[in-house]
Ligand binder design. Sequence first.
Ligand SMILES: Nc1ncnc2c1ncn2[C@@H]1O[C@H](COP(=O)(O)O)[C@@H](O)[C@H]1OP(=O)(O)O
Ligand SMILES: [Mg+2]
Ligand SMILES: [Mg+2]
Ligand SMILES: [Mg+2]
Length: 354
Amino acid sequence: MSLSFATEKQVAVAAVRRACLLTSSVFNKLVKNETLTKGDKSPVTVGDYAAQALISSILSRAFPEDPIVGEEDASDLRKPSGKELKDRIVSLANEALTSELALGDNKDWGIGPGSEQTDAELLDAIDRGNYEGSSIGRMWTIDPIDGTKGFLRGEQYAVCLALIVDSKVQLGVIGCPNLPFDPKDPSKGTGCIFVAVRGHGAEQLTLTLSDPTPLSIPSTEASDISFLESVEAAHSSHSFNDRVASLLSVTRSPVRMDSQAKYGCLARGEGGAYLRMPTGVGYREKIWDHASGNILVEEAGGIVTDSRGQPLDFGIGRTLGENYGVIAAGKDVHPLILAAVQKAQAEEKAKAKA
Ligand SMILES: Nc1ncnc2c1ncn2[C@@H]1O[C@H](COP(=O)(O)O)[C@@H](O)[C@H]1OP(=O)(O)O
Ligand SMILES: [Mg+2]
Ligand SMILES: [Mg+2]
Ligand SMILES: [Mg+2]
């Protein structure tokens, strides 16, 4: 029987839940100068930094030995020009750490009333995410706001946390504050937390940790799926997906959504397939953008591979290495999608040669 990671699961869900409350409250108060543009031109907001500080500081208390691969680092906040931003982040993170919630409070994990951290402790918590990754041992990976562009548009984004042991994801949590809990029943409101533990299944909870629902991907005909794909055409090739869809006689339009919310939707039976093929700019996918979604889909009975049909390798560093794309789908349609992807690739190659 596989390990149940019961404490890790409780800590991770508590941390993601608090980070979801933090990011949704930040969104309503975000002002213009609270967003920076990183070296790769992508945006980062006070919400991204504060959520990483919060999650990392909880993990550091609960599991002090575990290294962390986190998306953000605090170097810009340590500069004199970053003081205003840093002050705001410290206050947001402390508010989220110390608030009293009916569930999930635990002083041993440094959360709940009286758990304030100093500026230095919170900046150090962000920088604990600088771990380079490893194929051996335990490590956590955090994407404090996945889909920052979606977050800024008021659309989908996700708070993602996963535990990787010896290169394999063992626990994944994805918090989606803006995702309808049940698309068929709007009265259930928005906000979901997806959780999966290797060998123990996948489930969905509300942001108040109620309504736990086990998740599984229903079987479908390949022609009945609609691809879940990025909103940003720079992140994955929309035209390639269109070609794959036509090879499979898919008639439904793709569903575009930012972040790992796509993996959550797939796991609960929406869409049927996630397809992310490289755009040819040499971008390497980051482990924090896929770890939680990977286990969630696998535990919901699906398959996740690259376009060679190989599983993703979470043990080679902060990235997934050379980019062969990501195909995630239910187990009956995955082989058909993989074959169509390989056919479309062969066509592209032949066209490039001609
Ligand atoms: N050129 C790129 N190709 C693929 N993914 C990218 C690229 N640039 C940024 N990303 C990342 O894709 C993720 C969003 O995925 P999606 O397109 O599925 O919403 C973000 O984490 C984003 O990074 P960042 O967090 O720095 O914005
Ligand atoms: Mg991301
Ligand atoms: Mg991010
Ligand atoms: Mg980012």
